[in-house]
Design a protein around this ligand. Sequence first.
Ligand SMILES: *[C@@H]1O[C@H](CO)[C@@H](O)[C@H](O)[C@H]1NC(C)=O
Length: 340
Amino acid sequence: MICDWKIIHLFITLLWTGTIASFDPLSVTGIGVGAGSMFSANWNKMFCILGECCYEIPHNLTMLESSLKEHLFGQHIARDVVTQAIKAHFKDPPPGKALVLSFNGLPGGGKTFVSQFIIKSLYKSGLQSQYVHYFNGRTHFPLKSKTDIYKIHLGDWIRGNVSQCGRSLFLFDEVDKTPEGVLDGVKPFLDYHEHIDGIDFRKATFIFVSNTGSQIIAEKLLEFWEKGGKRENLQLSDFEDLLRKGLFNEKGGFYKSDTIESNLIDHYVPFLPLEESHIRQCIEAEFHHRGKEIPHEEVYKEVLKGVTFGPGSLRLFAHSGCKRISSKVAALLESPLFTG
Ligand SMILES: *[C@@H]1O[C@H](CO)[C@@H](O)[C@H](O)[C@H]1NC(C)=O
């Protein structure tokens, strides 16, 4: 559908410019050219109401800040770093390189959630946007033996898409399941080049998501906690170096990777393990989301029964964060506790 509109739009634009060029004697002067681009600007606007246009990116940056404040629990570092980095990247004049973020931490901590909020606030059509490209390490690049082919394809896709819209976003999920070497295909586009073959990659955004580093993050948090430190006082700088080294040395997409060695990743964002209080916030949000009243203590306990905590007998952190809370709440709402 979007594709059809694009062709119609192109056709009409060509028709207009063509008409003005061939019939309007003023076209050779500045006035004619001005009128031509005015018409074309109007057509562009009309088209953008129906579809989505590259120049409309970012769609709504304020929304990003408010969604993260409202819906992301226990991740003060990620919340602040992401908001600031995205805002800075979408300022004029554009920055000197593409924005490259690495999201790291246990499942259920909010990595996917935050990626989705970023996409929804930057692109009018959200996750369906033609300017958003999603790659999953396990499903898109399953075979180690095909690494070289994947790498070439990836380079071609990024080049092709960014040449159509500089503000394209590339999301790489399950980086730890991506064969080593594939992501080297991305490296040339992350650097401080003004152009590569006439294409400017500096406005693009790249996000890499993986569970790599979760151990490092948990250990750091535990160490801090044992010294009596407060979670809220932990900062990005407490994790960045550890994560950079961890990603480089753990098997997976960034194992011994040039991308890390060349410092092309702008921010290594840690997603901290969630504590019981955060899981409770997730449960509450889930009830709210379903238009239900805030539940009784008994209900919290019922949902929490299905959540396992560690390490060992400390029982501080939820092993899979808020990951299955949504389905647990949904099932509970169908149970005799609510229906009977
Ligand atoms: C854009 O990326 C997609 C993969 O997300 C790819 O299938 C498509 O061919 C690319 N487009 C161009 C013009 O390269």
